[in-house]
Design a protein around this ligand. Sequence first.
Ligand code: PLP
Length: 380
Amino acid sequence: MKFDTKVVRSGISPDPSTGAIVPPIYQSATYVLEEVGKDKGYDYTRASNPTREMLENNLAALDGGKYGIYYSSGMAAVDSVMKLLKSGDHIVCSDDVYGGVSRLYNNLLVNYDLTFTYVNSSNPQEVEDAIQNNTKLIWIETPTNPLLKITDLDAVGKIAKRHGILYGVDSTFSTPALLRPLEFGADITMHSTTKYLSGHNQIIGGILITNDDELGEKCKFIQKTVGAVPSPFDCWLTLLGIKTLSLRVTRHCENAQVIAEFLEAHPKVERVTYPGLPSHPQYDIAKDQMDGFSGMISMELKGGIPSGISLMNGLKLCSLAESLGAVETMITHPATMTHADVPKDERLARGLTDGLVRLSVGIEDSEDIIADLNQALDKI
Ligand SMILES: *Cc1c(COP(=O)(O)O)cnc(C)c1O
C-alpha cells in the first residue's frame, strides 16, 4: 500500500457486528469473560482497548513500524522512553529540544540520578563527542522547536549503532507524511499527536513506534503499568483527524513555503528560518531526508520585544496561541508569551531572542494569511 492509502486504511476495519465504517468508540473499562481463562482479546482498558488498538496499528503502519504504543500525551510517551533506563544512565539530547522535554529531564529526572548532555545535533560529531561509558539513550528532535534545526538522522543512527546506544527521535514537527525515522536507523519514533496527526486542536496525545520486538513489549508493559492512557473517545477523535493527514500536510507545506518567501523579502524581518528555504543551514539535509518541509516557520523581527508585541497585537486572522500543527494558523512570540518567565540571559543562551516569532502555518488560503501578516508588520 502507498502512504496516502495507508493513512486512510491501515489498521482500520469495519465494525464486525454492524459494518459501521467508522470504528466504534469502545468506551468500556472492562470486558466480560466467556468463562475462566477465555476472553475476546481484551480484559481491562488500561492494558488494551479496541479503539486505541486501531489507532496504534494505524500510526505504526504510517511510520513503517510493527508496534504502536499510545499515551495520553506526547510527554507521557517521552516519559515512557525514560522508564526504559536506570539510575546512573546518561542521555545525549538535542539542545533545542521541546521545552516540556527539557523540563522533564532537568526538573524531575535528574532526581533519579539520570544525567543529560545537550548538544547541537545538527553537527553529528557533537553527538558522538558527548557519548560516555554510561550513555544509554540518544534523543533527537528534528526539526527542533522553535529554531527548526535539522539533524542528519542517518549519520546519528550510525553513531548510535556503533556505540550500541538506544536511539529515539521526536518526529512531531515532521509527521510520518514527511519523515519516517525508523528508516534512518532510529529504534523508537515518537510523536505528540496533539499536533499535526490529530490536526484540529481537538485532543492531547502521544505515540511511540518501534520495530523491535523487545522494545515494543517493554513499552507496552510500561503503558499498562503506569497507565498514562487516553480515553477511547480521544483515540477516536485522533483516528478521524488522521484520515486527512496527507492532504493537510501537503497544504501546510505549500502555504509555509510561500509565506516563508514572503517574510524573507519583508523589510521588517531580519531573518527567516524555514527548512524549505535555501538560506536554512541544513537545507540540503532536509531536502534529502524529508518529503516536504512542514508548516513551521520561525523569524527574527527587527526591533526586538516592541516589534514582537506590536505584531502579535496587530494580527486579526492568525491566532495568538501555543501549540502547533493544526488547521488554524497560530503564532507565538516566545519572549513575551511561552518564555516570558525565563530569565533573559538563559532565554538568549537558548537562542530565544527578543524578536523571535514562531508561526505554525495553517491550511487557510495563503493569500489571507499573508495579507494578515502584511498589515500587522506594516504597523510595527
Ligand atoms: C507538543 C510537543 C511535545 C509534547 O507533547 P504533548 O502532547 O503536548 O504532551 C513533545 N515534542 C514536541 C516536538 C512537541 O511539539
